[in-house]
Every structure is written in structure tokens, then in C-alpha cells.
Design a protein around this ligand. Structure first.
Ligand SMILES: C[S@@+](CC[C@H](N)C(=O)[O-])C[C@H]1O[C@@H](n2cnc3c(N)ncnc32)[C@H](O)[C@@H]1O
Length: 279
């Protein structure tokens, strides 16, 4: 059976351009909010994990300035290529990228424990198998007194959007075996354990954070048919389409946008929880 990690990496690798298409409305503002909450200082070393196309990498690189550095790690080479190109276009020479599974980082990719002042992870922790153990290991990369910050979807985020999407996929394609973070029927989902201010704070404290603070960033986007489909293709939702042919995907898209209109879903709730802590 295919390793779920390589399947997920394949989903994100196939999504590079689509993924970045929703950066202006979703990943970008959320990444800015995460880095604003972490407030890295000039000259600091930041490790950004599950970096995607760099939504939190770029603001981190600007914050730490030329004397600081940001290491962006993701197992999707295609997304990191976009992140690197964007950093170059903005003249940010302090960004390095590493293609790696963040749950099995190797010496040489991550220099050593305590090597970083700040660790940032935007919309990534809930993808990690054994999320708690993975987080405990990743926190060890940060020096004592350094900071860690994660962002995750709020419990209410995309609830009606996801329900309409997966109902449509089920209606047209049957069970696609999609195991994404918001897919229904895939057993207990890690994201459900950390999707309120209280549960996220308790989790971050449990995996080793101190002085935990959590805020909710309200992020709403008009649910036009164009944006709705861009969000599907530019996120983990596209995993449900991977095995399907173009005609089936088109039918799903058309039925999905019809359903959104019929259910009066005019806005996509992208509310995001931002948690920070000291290590
Ligand atoms: C929803 S995207 C978020 C990307 C980016 N942080 C942002 O906010 O735009 C999740 C990212 O996590 C990455 N990812 C998931 N599991 C991973 C793992 N085990 N190792 C490395 N990257 C992983 C995916 O490739 C994808 O780029």
C-alpha cells in the first residue's frame, strides 16, 4: 500500500500553482498573522515547517532581516520552488529551503537541537502522523526560551464548505478514500483535537510549550464559484480528486458550485487560530 506521507506529498506537489492562487486571500494573511504573533527579532534564526509556498516564510524573513535566517522545510519540492522564487523576487537572501519530511528530519537538514530561536508551522501540524510526538520532537529544535507558533483552522472554519464539497464528491465519485484533515469518515482527525482556543492552548502546553497564548483571526472570503474551486484545488481538499479523470472532476466542480449556491453559502469561513508559546 502506498505510504500516506508520499501520497500527501504527491497531492501537494501536484498543486503548486493552484496552491499559491489562494495565497492572497487565505494563506498570505494567515501567515502574516502567525509571524506578527511570534514577533521574531532582527538577527534571529527561524525554522518554518510545512512551509508550502512560503506564506509565513516571507514575513519571517523580513522580520529577521539580513542578519537573520529562515529555513523552510516541506516535503513538497514543487511548493518550496515557488517559495524560493518568491523570496528571490522580494530580494530576501536569508531564506534556505530543505525538501524533507518534518517527522523524519535528518542531521544536516536540521543542524541540531536548540539551533533555532523560533519555530513556525502554518496549517501543518494536523497533517503529521503521531502529531503529539512529532510536535515534541520539533520543539527540541528551538533553544530554551525561544518561541514556537502554530496556526490551525478554527472549528467553524469551512465547516459548511467542506460538508458541501465532500457530499458532492461522494455523490459523483463514491468513496475516493481521501484521508485529508477535514475528510469525513476517516476516523478521529487530529485537527478536531486542536480547533478551539482552549483545546489548542492545552495541546501546545502538553507538548512542551510555556506561556501559551491563542487568538482567533477572523478571515472571511466571498464564496464566488471561482474562489471555491481555487480553494479546493489549492488545498488538501484536492486529495479527493487525485484518482479521478478530468470529466469527473468537471462534474464535481459544476455540481459543487451549484450546491454552494443552493445552500446559500456566500462566504467561506477561514477563521484561523494562532497559538504561540515559549519553549
Ligand atoms: C495546508 S499547507 C500549508 C502551507 C503553508 N504553511 C501555508 O500556510 O501556506 C500544508 C503543507 O504541509 C506540508 N506537509 C504536510 N505534511 C508534511 C510532512 N510530514 N513533512 C513536510 N511537509 C509536510 C505540505 O506539503 C503542505 O505544503
Amino acid at each position: 500500500m502506498e505510504d500516506p506521507g508520499s501520497r500527501l506529498a504527491g497531492v501537494f506537489n501536484s498543486a503548486a500553482d493552484d496552491f499559491d492562487a489562494v495565497t492572497p486571500q487565505v494563506w498570505g494573511p494567515a501567515g502574516e498573522a502567525l509571524i506578527a504573533a511570534l514577533d521574531p527579532r532582527a538577527g534571529e534564526a527561524v525554522i518554518d515547517i510545512c512551509s508550502g509556498t512560503g506564506a509565513s516564510v516571507l514575513p519571517a524573513a523580513k522580520a529577521v532581516g539580513p542578519d537573520g535566517r529562515v529555513l523552510a522545510v516541506d516535503f513538497s519540492a514543487a511548493l518550496l520552488d515557488v517559495a524560493r522564487a518568491k523570496a528571490g523576487a522580494e530580494g530576501l537572501g536569508n531564506v534556505d529551503v530543505a525538501v524533507a519530511d518534518v517527522t523524519t528530519l535528518e542531521p544536516g537538514i536540521t543542524p541540531c537541537e536548540n539551533a533555532f530561536d523560533v519555530l513556525a508551522c502554518a496549517f501543518g501540524v494536523f497533517f503529521l502522523p503521531e502529531m503529539d510526538d512529532a510536535a515534541r520532537g520539533l520543539l527540541r529544535l528551538v533553544r530554551p526560551g525561544g518561541k514556537v507558533g502554530v496556526s490551525v483552522w478554527h472549528a467553524d472554519a469551512m465547516a459548511d464548505f467542506a460538508a458541501a464539497y465532500f457530499a458532492t464528491v461522494g455523490e459523483i465519485a463514491g468513496d475516493t478514500g481521501h484521508q485529508g484533515p477535514r475528510a469525513p469518515g476517516s476516523g478521529p482527525r487530529p485537527i478536531d483535537r486542536i480547533n478551539t482556543e482552549e483545546t489548542l492552548a492545552a495541546w501546545l502546553s502538553d507538548v512542551g510549550g510555556h506561556d501559551v497564548a491563542v487568538t482567533t483571526v477572523r478571515l472571511r472570503v466571498a464564496c464566488t464559484p471561482e474562489f471555491a474551486w481555487k480553494l479546493v484545488l489549492g488545498s488538501g481538499y484536492r486529495g479527493a480528486l487525485t484518482e479521478l479523470d478530468d470529466e469527473t472532476r468537471r462534474r464535481i466542480r459544476d455540481r459543487f458550485v451549484e450546491r454552494l449556491a443552493a445552500e446559500h453559502i456566500t462566504e467561506v469561513n477561514c477563521d484561523t487560530l494562532i497559538a504561540t508559546a515559549r519553549v
